[in-house]
Design a protein around this ligand. Structure first.
Ligand code: ACM
Length: 624
């Protein structure tokens, strides 16, 4: 009897834990008595055409993972409902979910909300629901819960850069599949840059015939060999307009808006390789860049380009070109925004161009920066003529900005603050919290990149700065630049778990943050991602290693992002284990040929990666 009570308690507790592991964290979730067991005989109901589509997505999952094949009928034990009378609390993307021994009810005002209710229901089920093949021996049990849920922000995005590396149509769909599990609703698609033009423009065929392809190169992006004259260009790819329509439809069916980006007037080397006359220098030898060292960075965001990658703002033909591009793009993407870039535009070639000088004089401009303001305003009126709104990186604030532009704040939040104070809508994507290309753990073992952003820092992000009116902050994104990222699996590794943190930040109520609770949910989702065959990083388990000089001595300081991790180290060339020195406080690394080796454990079991640092590495880290 005692054993039975114990087992009952254990099963309630386990189910309760499952119920509390939803990402993003719901507004309200209460565990209730009982649970609902799904079997082959369970009926699935949907009250109209829209809810039937979502119910069908659920049965597709059940068929794949459990081998059940229920038909969707009008009413069922698991019922999907579009509310006849709207629930005024939950808006268009919110939902309610109730489960008990009697059944499961998911309801929403709109399909988007019902779709998110479905995502939460899937997360309440055992992780095997994510399996691509039928799994035997699983108890398909939904714990008893009462959920009321709706998002904090309407813009919850991820940006995928497909220029630096091309990602196939299936890769993009897979990226969408994963983002919607976490209730992201916006895919910002960075379609053009120096390294590839990825969207077919029928009236400008060379954009993809030439601009989508580059020479094959290995090695680190930014250090690669220059393309040679006449060298074949096998690497790349592009989306035909049919591909774009297919992906836009696929996204729409999952509640995702796609915002296309054409990055101008800088970052345009691929377009210039196709049509050299678009730049001031008109160099016919311009090539789609394979990742060479084409700029010198001065450390304060200022830089000099060695190759001209800017469109000429003084040439009317450039605006005719852009009109053609945006005419075709505007009809492919039904949403109201087009992102026209505006970031990191080097003005040195404009400064020396006679046409730009004449234009500046005519317009009474004193600084070359003002040419960018002129250019973006011209772009904005081209977009407006096609019924679209201009969205741009925060540099569009420089050189004057029209009142209707929306600003994406990436150089920290200061551009966003400035823009919101000027009553512009803002999307927050600060590199300091939301750049998913930055490495997320120890620099010597994580993929090499120039900056670091740990999960805990991402999780600490608050998108609405105190000094602005919250109504101007539409929401935020995580941005995945792909210079160093050639595959979708690697893209996932960089995206998750940081995008789970962002999912909480952009969806869950302000004030609901709790790091320990988040990491507990994250670990459950590591297991779910394994079943879903989705990539993610476990850098959160690795030690954080800092070095400093104190009284002429080299000191090492170790830490973990997680509270229950033990750190062990050696300096005697042996491999560390949980019988080595346990880290408790900063220690001296003696002045000798020493290698510091660090391992992490939890409950006596190894968990992170081994970190190996020579004294010389630590000295460099200490700024010596
Ligand atoms: C950017 O990261 N250049 C927007």
């Amino acid at each position: 009897m005692k054993k039975h009570i114990f087992l009952l308690l254990l099963s309630i507790l386990t189910i309760d834990v499952l119920a509390q592991n939803i990402i993003p964290k719901p507004v309200e979730i209460k565990s209730t008595a009982g649970n609902f067991a799904i079997t082959a005989a369970t009926t699935i109901g949907a009250n109209n055409t829209e809810s039937r589509k979502i119910a069908q997505m659920f049965t597709d999952k059940l068929k794949q993972a459990a081998g059940f094949n229920p038909k969707v009928q009008k009413t069922g034990a698991i019922q999907f409902t579009i509310n006849a009378t709207p629930n005024t609390t939950i808006g268009d993307e919110g939902y309610t979910l109730e489960s008990s021994a009697a059944g499961v009810k998911v309801a929403a005002n709109k399909p988007a909300g019902l779709f998110y209710g479905l995502q939460s229901l899937l997360q309440l089920l055992p992780k095997e629901i994510e399996s691509k093949a039928a799994v035997k021996g699983v108890k398909w049990s939904v714990p008893g819960v009462k959920v009321l849920d709706y998002p904090r922000f309407g813009w919850r995005g991820l940006m995928l850069d497909v220029s630096r590396h091309f990602f196939s149509k299936d890769d993009v769909k897979r990226y969408i599949d994963n983002m919607v599990r976490y209730k992201f609703n916006t895919l910002h698609w960075h379609l053009t840059d120096d390294n590839g033009w990825r969207i077919e423009i029928k009236s400008l065929p060379k954009l993809t015939e030439v601009g989508a392809w580059r020479v094959a190169r290995d090695g680190r992006f930014g250090d690669r060999k220059e393309p040679q004259e006449g060298e074949p260009t096998p690497y790349g790819g592009f989306y035909t307009q049919e591909d774009i329509k297919e992906i836009v439809k696929y996204a729409d069916e999952r509640g995702v808006t796609i915002v296309p980006e054409v990055d101008i007037p800088g970052h345009s080397m691929a377009a210039i390789a196709a049509y050299p006359e678009l730049s001031c220098t008109k160099d016919p030898k311009t090539k789609v860049n394979p990742g060479t060292n084409f700029a010198e960075w001065f450390g304060d965001g200022k830089f000099k380009m060695f190759i001209d990658n800017t469109l000429n703002p003084s040439d009317e033909k450039v605006y005719e070109f852009l009109d053609k591009v945006f005419t075709e793009i505007a009809v492919l993407f039904p949403n109201k925004y087009i992102h026209a870039g505006g970031d990191e535009c080097y003005k040195g070639f404009w400064e020396n161009d006679p046409g730009c000088q004449v234009l500046m004089k005519k317009m009474g401009m004193k600084h070359v920066e003002e040419l960018q303001g002129y250019f973006m305003k011209r772009v904005e009126s081209i977009l407006a003529a096609k019924g679209k709104k201009l969205l741009g990186w925060d540099e569009i604030l420089e050189g004057g900005i029209s009142p209707t532009a929306t600003v994406m704040s990436w150089r920290g939040v200061k551009g966003g603050i400035e823009a919101a104070k000027m009553k512009h809508d803002v999307v927050m994507t600060p590199s300091t919290f939301a750049y998913l290309d930055y490495n997320q753990g120890e620099a010597t073992i994580d993929p090499p990149i120039y900056a670091s952003l740990r999960l805990s820092k991402t999780y600490s992000f608050e998108p609405v700065p105190d000094e602005v009116d919250a109504k101007y902050i539409l929401g935020g994104q995580g941005n995945l630049w792909t210079e160093q990222i050639p595959t979708i699996r690697y893209a996932e590794y960089m995206t998750y778990p940081r995008a789970w943190a962002l999912s909480d930040i952009y969806w869950s109520p302000k004030g609901s943050k709790d790091w320990n609770n988040f990491t507990k949910r994250m670990e459950d989702h590591f297991d779910r991602a394994d079943v879903a065959e989705m990539g993610y990083s476990k850098a959160v388990y690795d030690a954080i290693v800092k070095a400093s000089m104190k009284d002429g001595k080299l000191m090492a300081e170790l830490a973990s992002e997680l509270a229950d991790i033990d750190i062990y180290y050696t300096m005697d060339d042996t491999m560390p284990d949980n019988f080595s020195t346990k880290y408790t406080q900063p220690f001296e690394v003696p002045d000798a040929q020493i290698t510091l080796r660090i391992a992490t454990y939890r409950n006596g079991k190894p968990i992170g990666h081994l970190i190996t640092l020579k004294r010389e590495d630590l000295k460099k880290r200490a700024g010596q």
